[in-house]
Structure formats: C-alpha cells, structure tokens
Ligand binder design. Sequence first.
Ligand code: GLA
Length: 361
Amino acid sequence: MGVAVAQRVHAAAVVYARGDVARWLARPRSRGTPPVTRRFWSPGRVNLIGEHTDYVGGLVLPAAIELGLHVEGDATEGPRSTFRSDVPGVERYVAAVEGELAALGRPPVAFQGDITSTLPVGAGVSSSAALEVAIAVALCAVADFQLEPLELAGAAQRAEHRATGVPCGILDQAAIILGRAGHAILLDTGTLEHRSVPLPPSIAIVIVDSGVTRKLADTGYRTRRSELEEALAGARTPKHERRLRHFETENARVREVAAALEHDPPDLHRLGDLFREGHDSLRNDFEVSIPELDLLVDLAYDHGAYAARMTGGGFGGSIVALADASSARGVANAIRDDYIARTGISAAAYVTAAGDGAREL
Ligand code: GLA
C-alpha cells in the first residue's frame, strides 16, 4: 500500500522475556525465598482514522492511549495460569491466548497474578485486545519465550477470534504493542510495514463514550466485513459500491491525516475536514454509525474540537476528537454534558494522550 518504511517489522524486535525466569523456576521454593513479582502494562487504543480497512489490507492510524491494564504476578508451578480480574470472562481469553502461544512453541510455564484496569469495557477502546496482549506478554515473559512484536500481535488477534468469534483485523493488537508516547502508528495492514507519526504536543485526544453498548456489533461487523470482501472480489450492487467507496476514500484519508499531522505547523483545518469526511463515510457508505455517535461528532465540533469522528467498529462505542490540550478537559465535559442533556443517556468523557505500548515494567 506504499507506506514509507521507517521501521521494518523484524528491526523492531522487542524482548518481552527476561532470562532469569528459568533459573528462578529451577530453584526450590523454600521459606525465605523472595517471590519474583513481575509487572506488565497493556494500554487501550484509539483509532484516529482508517476504520474497517484492517481486515482487507488497508491503512490505519491508531495510537495506544494512557488508559490500560496492569498485570502483576509471577510464574507458578502447575499447569494452569490464573489472571485474577474483574473483567468478565477473563478465563476465556487466557485459554485462547495460551492456545495460540502454545501453537507457536511457548513452553507451558504457568502464570499467577492480578489484573487491574483503568479501561472502560465496551466503549470501543479495545479493552479485550488490551487483555489479550497483557496475558500474552506476561505468559511469554515467564516462559522466557520471545516473539517479535507483530508476531505477538497476530497471536493476540487470533486469540480474539478464538475467544469471541469476531473476525477482527490486526489494528487493535498492533496499536497496543507498537504504541509510542506522543505518536500515532501508521500501519499498512497488508504488508505490516509501519512507522510512527508524531502528534503535536499542543493537541490532546478526547474520547467520549456514547453509553450505547455495542449490542449488534458482532453480527454487524461480520456482515460489513463480508460485504467489503465481496466488493473487492468484484460484486457491484449499489451496496457493494458504497462499501468499496468507503474503503478507497478511507485509505486516501489515512495518508492525508498523516500528512496534515506532519505538516509544519500541523494543518488543523484539514484534520477537521478529513475527520468529518471519515465520519460521513462510515455513516453513509459503510453504515456502521448510529444517531448517538452522529450527535456526539456534531457536538464535538460545536464545542471547539478541531476534529471528531466515530472510532472503532461502530454500532455504539465512542467518538475520538482532537482538541487544544489547554482546553481539552472543558471541551470533553461540554460535549458529555450537552449529550446527556439531549439524550438522557449517561456518557463518559476521557482526555488522554498517545502512550507507550505493552511491555514489562
Ligand atoms: C474493531 C476491530 C478492528 C477494526 C475496527 C474497525 O475495533 O477489532 O480490527 O476492524 O473494529 O476499524
């Protein structure tokens, strides 16, 4: 897809494991042996642009955010890993990640520990991908098993398929692993080439959760994916034309948003137009928005955001907006309060920044 290659996948190899685990495991557990507590971080993500393109090789521009999951624990004897957490159904994700990593040759070293989270669930900031990656990073570390970042992302993506049955692309897991503070990631999901795009420090990321849970998200997502695949294979009904038009215009917008961010000074006006066009395309051509997300986008522009659009798979979830860092909290609160007053739906607003990706702390 022609993304300039600044970082080759293999050049970005990150070591997730430390060499002392095997020795520690070999040591008899006697009284007085201090436990080896290891800590890991796995952030959520927000997609700035490039929506519903990642399962057919398109371009995406996500960022890891400063909300996420902490995991704390250590290797344990016995066959079963335990990740204690409030997140519903965490065992399903543990089993799925273990299965995917075993298929890649991870030695069966179990982990026992706790997960704590600042990530809202069901808000479209990839709490499930953050969980899969957190589990994967911890399991690799305690088994002294090393994977390159996008291999680990691929395993976590397949774990999502296994755990939920949703045929997602690699956007979420890749963003969570490749995240870099102050930067978005321009990723070609066809070739997996990627590079960091600096975000202007004067801009904050605002996320407003519509409070509409993504009830039809799984079936809607699956249907849209099939329709786009059919369109790319040559189907030409009016519906397929719309799906294809979204894909083609969205890829062009990703490139243009990256260019507007990298422009000196950043072209905020252009960013505003591109986000608006992206949202309209998701509403009219891809048909994954809902009235509540449309309203939030309008309110974001009304209350002074530079740019706003729905983010993630749609059918509920959140919008992402870019606002001046010095007034972002006020903008976020104003959008949220206005939305609550008009709809009666309780919503939440977050001000965050692009953060570093998943890692051992
Ligand atoms: C969800 C999926 C991603 C991606 C987005 C839409 O977040 O998990 O893989 O397809 O929807 O861009």
